[in-house]
Design a binder for this molecule. Structure first.
Ligand code: FHN
Length: 433
């Protein structure tokens, strides 16, 4: 009887999870090209990227959801482009900040939920060239700056739209309108993939606004892969990856966790993983948002993501004048100082060696395991459970000090002479036999 009950409970749980995480429309089988697989590997090697949420909403300094949250009528919101003239925008400066932080790629919002296109598009007049006095295409300038500096450029693209009638009517069930909206997205995606050089990734967002809808991903994804097979597709839909996607994303969460509340029932897939996070609270510029995360917290996020085999996409929301706020710049600079010293233990590594421990995690590159002690344990040793690899030697990060260790069948004990409580991350190197 007990067994039957357990089975019934399990069946209900599996069905619920299944119902919650599955995209319901048929997708064609997807075989990534060799180049795409190589791009996925390179994506995983990069580990750290800059997310940029920038739009006309920055004028109001109240985050990227201001139109929705302050219930601003569309006609009123449409006055904002007139006030948006970011004359201090300097793409080279942004790229310099990202590079100095140790970031290897940039993912910028080409169009967010407010529908405003931050690039020169022929598919609508509601864009930066036609609707503002700022007669420049920031994505073009960023593409050029990224190319110069060897930084990969990715485009965020909102599926959800708060302004377009075809979206609104399509949402209400008007199939013709929905078809028009899909056509519009395809026109813009074609522009984004043909006018800006090689694009690393198209990063979709907003699926969750129409959880049950047919988003025509078969058309969108095959268009992207036909135009640019090495461009990776990510979709922040908060469900299990859909065939055609190349990256799995986690919002405000480490891969496989659901502390942010967006990833209920979502399991880690074999795709490259990426966590995105904010430096304060909101994504878009918010004048009142002073809940700044510290350098230590953010380095810990980066290291833990790498330990779980994921990248960190860390967000900045530039101000309406085009500059990244100084608080972010100084934290990013400190992260960069850390990355300059310890980047070897992050870039090009893979994770998933052990489960995250209270003290920290492990990353791996070839025959080296990097033990990241993020929070010193109270015991005078570090215990690493379930380690399959036979260890030959353990040393301090710089290799100057040998560390005593004992390997038993349950795991391995490290006995460092001391552990610095204040250190952001004490790293030991273990060589595999
Ligand atoms: O609503 C958006 C939000 O503004 C932001 O773009 C984040 C980034 O992951 N995604 C959405 C929420 O899921």
């Amino acid at each position: 009887m007990k067994k039957l009950l357990l089975l019934a409970v399990l069946t209900i749980m599996v069905n619920q999870v299944g119902a919650q995480v599955k995209y319901e429309y048929l997708m064609p089988e997807y075989t990534p090209t060799e180049g795409n697989l190589q791009a996925r590997k390179e994506f995983q090697d990069m580990k750290f990227g800059m997310f940029i949420h920038w739009g006309v909403y920055s004028v109001l300094g109240d985050g990227e959801w201001v139109m929705y949250q302050q219930k601003i009528k569309l006609d009123t919101y449409k006055k904002l482009p007139k006030f948006f003239d970011p004359e201090d925008f300097d793409a080279d400066e942004w790229v310099k900040i990202a590079k100095a932080a140790g970031m290897k790629y940039i993912t910028i919002t080409s169009r967010h939920h407010d529908s405003f296109s931050m690039f020169d598009t022929d598919a609508t007049d509601y864009d930066i060239i036609d609707a503002t006095r700022f007669d420049r295409d920031p994505l073009k300038e960023l593409a050029e700056a990224c190319k110069k500096e060897g930084i990969k450029l990715n485009f965020y693209y909102s599926l959800l739209d708060w302004a377009r009638d075809d979206y609104k009517n399509g949402k209400k069930g008007d199939e013709e309108a929905w078809g028009d909206y899909v056509k519009f997205m395809k026109a813009q995606l074609t522009e984004l993939l043909t006018n800006y050089g090689e694009i690393g990734c198209i990063w979709f967002d907003g699926h969750w606004d129409r959880k049950k809808a047919n988003w025509n991903y078969d058309e969108l994804y095959s268009l992207i892969h036909e135009l640019s097979p090495n461009t990776l597709i990510a979709n922040n839909h908060h469900i299990q990856p859909i065939p055609g996607e190349d990256i799995q994303t986690f919002e405000r969460d480490l891969p496989g966790e659901n502390k942010g509340g967006y990833s209920a029932g979502v399991e880690i897939s074999p795709l490259p993983l990426e966590s995105c996070a904010t430096m304060a609270k909101t994504w878009g510029f918010d004048l009142n948002d002073t809940k700044f995360k510290t350098t230590k917290q953010l380095v810990h996020f980066l290291v833990k993501a790498a330990g779980k085999n994921g990248n960190l996409l860390l967000n900045v929301g530039p101000m309406p004048n085009g500059e990244i706020q100084p608080e972010f710049v100084s934290t990013l600079k400190e992260m960069g100082e850390w990355a300059t010293k310890y980047g070897e233990s992050i870039y090009g590594t893979r994770g998933g060696v052990i489960k995250t421990q209270d003290w920290g995690t492990i990353t791996k590159k070839e025959n080296t395991l990097y033990v990241h002690v993020l929070d010193a344990p109270t015991e005078p040793y570090i215990f690493i459970p379930e380690l399959m690899e036979k260890i030959k030697s353990v040393s301090s990060f710089d290799g100057a000090t040998k560390i005593k260790f004992k390997q038993v069948k349950e795991g391995i004990f490290l006995y460092p002479a001391s552990l610095d409580d204040e250190s952001i991350d004490t790293i030991f190197k273990m060589e595999i036999r």
